[in-house]
Write a protein that binds this ligand. Sequence first.
Ligand SMILES: Cc1cc2nc3c(=O)[nH]c(=O)nc-3n(C[C@H](O)[C@H](O)[C@H](O)COP(=O)(O)O)c2cc1C
Length: 206
Amino acid sequence: MSDDFHYYEPSAGHGLPHDPFNALVAPRPIGWISSVAADGTRNLAPYSFFNAFNYTPPIVGFASVGYKHSVANIEATGGFGWNLATRPLAEAMNESCRPVEAEVDEFELAGLTPTPSRHIAAPRVAESPVSFECRLSQILRLTGADGEATNSWMVFGEVVGVYIARHLLVDGIYDTAAAEPILRAGGPADYFEVSPNHRFQMHRPG
Ligand SMILES: Cc1cc2nc3c(=O)[nH]c(=O)nc-3n(C[C@H](O)[C@H](O)[C@H](O)COP(=O)(O)O)c2cc1C
């Protein structure tokens, strides 16, 4: 093995001052997930183990490390909202991750406005310029390669409603950078923000 690489096997430890894993798979989009409990309590939390997985039908998913309130709510009520976390909303997004009791409404905690959805019980974040309404499609408990269950749950939802603030549509094309999305990087506190000067274009061959 070349000395030019730090090699490690996660099961034996990384041998570094901080676990680099979530800095290596980075930056990651943030699933800012709104949900509601069976008793109507609202919930909002960020999940950066989040992404889009299919076009038709559109499917997004996030992983909860531990069976968190969001998973319990979505399992109970069958849907969730995804809200774009932007630079102006970064502090509110961060506030919504506090490890509070299930009875606490993180919309209130973060000073955000819940606005009703059309197809799901969960509200969306009125201040966010892009939101999805998602119907629960699958909840999977993740396993290791040995088939052993982990303490993590993957939640997938079909996107059944999409909201885009009109000012982000330029001649009908969604302007990603203008929305100023934020992305989670590594370590305890690193994020990136997207701006137009970081864009480059590359077309697929063929
Ligand atoms: C930017 C960011 C990303 C996060 N990503 C995840 C994640 O992918 N999975 C997870 O389990 N927790 C993640 N967390 C922590 C959860 O947001 C936190 O545990 C929260 O309290 C869960 O809320 P809930 O129990 O209401 O669902 C993240 C926190 C922040 C600030």
